[in-house]
Each structure stands twice: as C-alpha cells, then as structure tokens.
Design a protein around this ligand. Structure first.
Ligand SMILES: Cc1cc2nc3c(=O)[nH]c(=O)nc-3n(C[C@H](O)[C@H](O)[C@H](O)COP(=O)(O)O)c2cc1C
Length: 327
C-alpha cells in the first residue's frame, strides 16, 4: 500500500513527501537520501558558491540516486543578486526536472525552465502569492504556514487556516509546508486539501543530513517554545532557534525599533551558516528552525523516517479515521 496524489504523479515520486531547500543542509547527500527513500530530495542552489559548483553538486547527486530530485532556487532580497541565470543554466544542463522556487516571483525564469521540461513548485506563504504563482504558470505550490522554519512571511497565518484557504482558491496541486513531522502531519495535510507535505527541520534531524551533530542535537533538545522570529522590522521575518546570537538580535530590534538596518544585525545573521551547520558552533548566529522541533524526538535514517511516516499515515487513514465512520 502507498499514498498516491497529484504530487506523486506530477513529480514521478513514490511518496508525497518533499524535502524543502535548506541553506548549508541541502547538499547532494541530503537530496539523494530523500529521493532514494521515495520522496523528493532538493539541492539548495545558493549554498553552492558558483553555478559550476552547482553543476558538480547535481552530478554528485546523480551518482547517489537514479530517482528524481530537484533544485531550490531562492530569490533573496539583496541588492547584488547572485548569478541566477548561471544557476538556471546549471539546472537545465544538469538534466534536473524539478525546481523549487522561493523568496520572490519566479516569472522571469519560468519560460526557460518550462522549455527544458522542468516542473516548478513555488514555495510561498500566502494565498495571494500562491494564486499569482498559479497565474504565471507554476505547476504546483508549497504552502508555507506561519509555523515554518525559515521565512514565514509577514501575514502570520498558521496552516490550519492557510491550507484550507489555499484549497478553496487553487486549481494546481499544493503541498503543506511548515510544522510537518510525521504520519499525523501527512494525514492532516491531505485532510486540509493538500496533496502532500514538505519538511525542512524534521529532515535535518536524520542520520544522513550533512550537518554537524550539534545541529541535530539542538533540534532534538528544542521544544515547540524555542523558536523566535527575527528581522520582522526589516520585513524579512525569519523563524530561528533561540540562542545567544538571537537574543542579541532581539535586544537590538527592541532598542532600535523602526530605525534598525540590516547592518545593525549583520554580525548575527550574515554568513553564519557555515559556522553553525559545518562547525557546530551553535551560538554563532541565527539559523532557521521550525516550531516542529517540538515534535522531533529521534534521529532516524531518512529511509526509516519516510517509511514510518507513510506507514503511520496509512494506518491512521485505514484504521483510526475509518473507525469513526459508522453506517
Ligand atoms: C536550516 C534551514 C534552512 C532553510 N533554507 C532555505 C532556503 O535556503 N531556501 C528556501 O526556500 N527555504 C529554506 N528553508 C525552508 C524550508 O525549505 C521549509 O520550507 C521549511 O523548513 C518548512 O518548515 P519546517 O521547518 O517546519 O518543516 C530552510 C529551513 C531550514 C530549517
């Protein structure tokens, strides 16, 4: 038995479970592990310093899996944009068939991606952005609720409302993202109208996640009360795990109010990922983490995690939920 949806069909994958792009986590090892387990693994383009590095990472991933995998393209709110054209070229020439876009409207890149036969799933945090993405021709949406690790947007609508709202409005398939951890999440996502789920934080706490052990232990130790929102005054809100650096950012935000600029918090947020993810310096800066950390209690292999999620979801649907229905 397995769970088939429009998302498994669209991407040619076994289970409707996606691993979202994650800075300094979404390497070939992570993506291949998820794809080999029957989900959709995603390499994070901007973690690769250059388009050539991304091309090599794609080739490396292909050596580790013959299943479909994707690449995340995050459009950052920065003055000097990365070489997006180069990254897109690496994706197309690398034969990747699925791209997750996020951060901003991907319209400029859609024709080139679609011409190459690439399916685009756009991740966004509001119904209005999801509808925009549908109108410009995206193939699917990842609906990222307020719970999510990373950038939840500025509307603060949790998935219990956001997902059914998306279901009311969207014609293209979508997955639930943010706060997803287990079979219960998958069944809830399906019940609320989604065709699958996307996970970030949960996938970091796995054996194969190519990050320092301290990161996995920090997620394991964290409860649902341990994330904080930073950079709201800059309208670039990020949900992060609380630590000494995050406390400093929050103190500066309180002190400077509306006068704060990126430069004020750069020591805590700019270029900190390698120190955290590679070196395990857990107080080196602010790093994305979802409230779902409160539901993470072990560090299984990706295969164990995916198998467990699917088995739990199937049993929930076929036994627990079915038993509520009486003739
Ligand atoms: C450490 C970390 C880094 C992330 N980096 C990115 C990124 O570079 N681009 C992106 O689109 N999303 C990024 N995300 C968001 C995830 O892809 C996903 O949408 C989010 O984690 C879902 O929420 P969850 O953590 O509750 O599962 C990141 C999340 C985490 C936890």
């Amino acid at each position: 038995m397995t769970i088939k949806t429009k998302i498994t069909e669209l991407f040619g994958i076994e289970h409707p479970i996606i691993q979202g792009g994650m800075h300094f986590v979404g390497y070939a090892e992570m993506a291949a592990a998820v794809s080999n387990a029957g989900g959709l693994g995603i390499i994070t383009a901007l973690t690769q310093r250059t388009p050539d590095d991304l091309a090599r990472e794609i080739a490396r991933c292909r050596e580790m899996t013959d299943k479909p995998f994707g690449v995340n393209l995050t459009f950052l709110p920065v003055v000097e944009a990365p070489d997006y054209a180069g990254y897109v070229r690496a994706i197309v020439e690398g034969g990747v068939k699925i791209v997750e876009t996020a951060g901003n409207n991907p319209q400029k890149w859609l024709p080139g991606l679609h011409e190459a036969g690439i399916k685009v799933i756009h991740k966004c945090t509001s119904v209005r952005h999801a509808l925009k993405a549908e109108s410009i021709g995206c193939d699917a949406i990842s609906v990222d609720g307020f719970e999510c690790g990373g950038h939840p947007g500025e509307d603060d609508v949790p998935n219990f409302i956001l997902l059914p709202r998306a279901a009311e409005e969207l014609k293209i398939p979508f997955v639930a993202s943010g706060g997803m951890a287990d079979g219960r999440s998958l069944v809830a996502a399906l019940a609320l109208g989604a065709d699958g789920m996307n996970m970030g934080t949960r996938f970091i706490a796995t054996k194969e996640a190519p990050v320092h052990e301290n990161v996995k232990q920090a997620i394991l130790a964290a409860s649902e009360l341990d994330t904080r929102l930073v950079m709201r005054p800059l309208r670039n809100t990020e949900r992060v795990l609380k630590n000494a650096a995050v406390e400093r950012v929050i103190a500066k935000e309180k002190e400077l109010g509306g006068n704060i600029s990126f430069a004020d918090i750069a020591p805590e947020v700019a270029g900190v990922y390698p120190k955290i993810m590679r070196e395990g310096q857990m107080d080196a800066g602010a790093w994305s983490c979802g409230m779902v950390a409160g539901l993470v209690h072990d560090i299984p292999s990706v295969q164990e995690l995916v198998t467990r999620i699917v088995a739990e979801a199937e049993s929930l649907i076929a036994s627990r939920l079915a038993a509520y229905v009486r003739p």
